[in-house]
Design a protein around this ligand. Structure first.
Ligand code: SF4
Ligand code: SF4
Length: 331
């Protein structure tokens, strides 16, 4: 049987050892049902996940987070709605757990209060696409709020209209001293012209590779991720419900059981309800382009990457990318 030692040289073995000790146990929390934007294609609102009664008592949030910690969670991923509308809840997480906050960047997180909290700012393309899909060019505001911040990066959701035009967006991000992670729009609300065609995905893969080659200090990514996210294939298997690792544990009744994120939950803002997965509960899994779910898909299928040195190196690079996004290892 092939082993880690037989496949990797000393340098790669050290990289493997560094990530193998991380033991990440993440869960996702809807901090609020409200947002200061209403983007077309927002999975949260389009799937009606905001139709729960939001818990407003901060003591209940604190007790809930303590229980999550007892459950073994060691990485809290805050989404919404817009988490920064409820800074007291964000603070309750940050005081108790390593915390990542996904935001549209319109409200600045205080670095006095949250010195090392990871912040991921959503960006849906260049200024024109942002105006169509989100009603405003959010970059103009978020880049002023976070310029040069060492714990912030852009989560750039690429739309089909962006193919061939990514470079200026990446350059804009580099110019304000921030980093970027690339992911793909799933077009949950069927906006005209924003659904993927196979030839666009093929072109996009090579464009993403080019961006990584051209901006290696700015783009947090790897080429295997580009292959997986644009083809939806890994080791000849197709991504979808049968393969997805990011399903809430209590709702996962798949048989035979699937390799999945251990103890993963996605909690609603009432602190009682759970959602099906890390993204839209109503999305057709066969069209899902969720970046984190694809990354996790690779990560939980380590053994399948023991065929060759290249396969295992690919697996390590995806794991490192995930760890970098949460600053579990340095950029
Ligand atoms: S900013 Fe985020 S949560 Fe708010 S509407 Fe847009 S995608 Fe949805
Ligand atoms: S929508 Fe995507 S993340 Fe959710 S269960 Fe389906 S494949 Fe997984």
């Amino acid at each position: 049987m092939k082993t880690v030692s037989s496949l990797l040289d000393a340098a790669w073995h050290e990289r493997y050892r560094r990530i193998a000790s991380l033991n990440i146990r993440s869960s996702i929390y809807d901090v609020t049902n409200r947002c200061n934007l209403r983007c077309k294609g927002c999975f949260f609102f389009s799937s009606g996940e905001h139709h729960v009664t939001e818990e407003t008592d901060i003591r209940k949030w604190e007790a809930f987070i303590d229980k999550e910690k007892e459950r073994g969670v060691n990485l809290a991923i805050l989404i919404g709605g817009e988490p920064t509308l409820c800074m007291d809840r964000v603070e309750a997480f940050y005081k108790r757990l390593p915390t990542y906050c996904a935001t549209n960047g319109l409200i600045k997180v205080s670095r006095e209060k949250f010195p090392e909290m990871m912040v991921g700012i959503s960006l849906w393309g260049g200024g024109e696409d942002e105006k169509i899909l989100r009603g405003k060019d959010t970059f103009a505001i978020s880049s002023k709020n976070y310029e040069g911040d060492p714990y912030t990066y852009y989560l750039y959701t690429i739309t089909p209209r962006q193919v061939g035009k990514i470079e200026p967006v990446v350059k804009r991000i580099e110019d304000v001293g921030l980093k970027v992670h690339l992911q793909l729009l799933s077009n949950d609300e069927g906006v005209d012209g924003f659904s993927w065609r196979p030839e666009e995905l093929r072109d996009l893969r090579f464009e993403m590779d080019e961006m990584l080659d051209q901006y290696p200090r700015t783009v947090i990514s790897c080429k295997y991720y580009h292959e997986i996210i644009t083809t939806g294939k890994m080791m000849g298997r197709a991504f979808g419900w049968r393969e997805c690792p990011s399903v809430t544990e209590s709702l996962d009744n798949r048989q035979p059981p699937v390799k999945r994120l251990i103890h993963f939950y996605r909690w609603a803002a009432d602190l009682k309800s759970v959602h099906r997965c890390c993204t839209s509960a109503t999305r057709d899994c066969s069209t899902c382009k969720d970046g984190a779910a694809h990354m996790s898909w690779v990560m939980v299928n380590k053994r399948d990457h023991f065929n060759s040195t290249k396969d295992l190196q690919n697996w390590i690079e995806v794991y490192e990318m995930f760890a970098k996004l949460y600053r579990l290892i340095p950029w």
